[in-house]
Ligand binder design. Structure first.
Ligand code: B12
Length: 214
């Protein structure tokens, strides 16, 4: 990896599942004073390589598990740095969860960390959350925004079920803004599931939440 920039090296090493090299590079970039949000973005790009290699049959499920562990370690290294970037103003509350049938939680957790750092109160319901549980918690917690995560194509159906139920249950659940996110999310998915707000990048997600409440 002689001629690659430090950024490209990080992306490549995440893609190659080189755990130790990834930690080393992340520490080096922290030392250089880089914005942790850029480091997260590059790791996300590296994970896309893992996803592609999995699709091509080069990696198996163990590769996906390893990728998840690598990102978890990166987040452990970055968490103190993210806290340094945090805001003390309370911005409102967000209820987060990954839909039923989907156990991908890394992206949602990153969003949760960034929202907390920007002064939001985050209620994280975890993964595999049925539509009725989202609804029940919206009624209990009365969040300003509901954030629904899902990375699998089959999760879109559950997103729609969740949003439909929120729209049906009560005035409170109907009027709470919903944002959806996750790697496969785009404009088309958002319109299909009935979400007015969507993104597939946590930084943008935080900006949207800030805009909704301002
Ligand atoms: C790691 C990983 C796993 C790990 C997850 C570990 C964990 N604790 O999360 C494990 C091993 C469990 C796993 C399992 C599976 N996985 Co997987 N996995 C991945 C991988 C490589 C990375 C996912 C990830 O963490 N990305 C990094 C994060 C940071 O990105 P992100 O989630 O998109 O989140 C960002 C944004 O989208 C946004 N965001 C996320 N959520 C939200 C929510 C809101 C409200 C907002 C505003 C923003 C937001 O913020 C984040 C930061 O910017 C992806 C490939 C990829 N490129 O995504 C495949 C991938 C998602 N997996 C896939 C598959 C097929 C599976 C399995 C079905 C494999 C199997 N045969 O068992 C199972 C499904 C298990 C289940 N029921 O959920 C496919 C999905 C294909 C599809 N179209 O449905 C992918 C795309 C791989 C591929 N290319 O084939 N996986």
């Amino acid at each position: 990896m002689k001629n690659l920039s430090i950024r490209e090296q990080l992306i490549e090493n995440v893609g190659n599942l080189e755990e130790k090299a990834v930690s080393k590079l992340v520490l080096k970039r922290i030392e250089l004073g880089e914005d942790p949000l850029f480091i997260i973005d590059d790791c996300q790009e590296g994970l896309s390589l893992v996803g592609e290699r999995y699709e091509q049959g080069e990696y198996f499920i163990s590769g996906l598990i390893m990728a998840g562990e690598i990102l978890r370690q990166v987040m452990t290294l970055l968490k103190p740095e993210l806290k340094n970037h945090s805001s003390i103003h309370s911005k409102g509350s967000v209820l987060l969860g990954t839909v039923e049938g989907d156990i991908h939680d890394l992206g949602k957790s990153i969003l949760g960390i960034l929202l907390t750092c920007r002064g939001f109160t985050v209620h994280d319901l975890g993964v595999d959350v049925p539509p009725a549980v989202f609804v029940e918690h919206v009624e209990q917690v009365k969040p300003d925004i509901v954030g629904i995560s899902g990375l699998l194509t089959v999760s879109h159906k559950k997103m729609k079920e969740t949003i439909d139920l929120l729209n049906m249950k009560s005035e409170l659940t109907r009027n709470t803004p919903v944002i959806i996110g996750g790697g496969q999310t785009d404009e088309q998915v958002a319109s299909m599931v009935g979400a007015k707000l969507w993104c597939n990048n946590a930084i943008e997600g935080v900006n949207i939440c800030q805009k909704v409440l301002s």
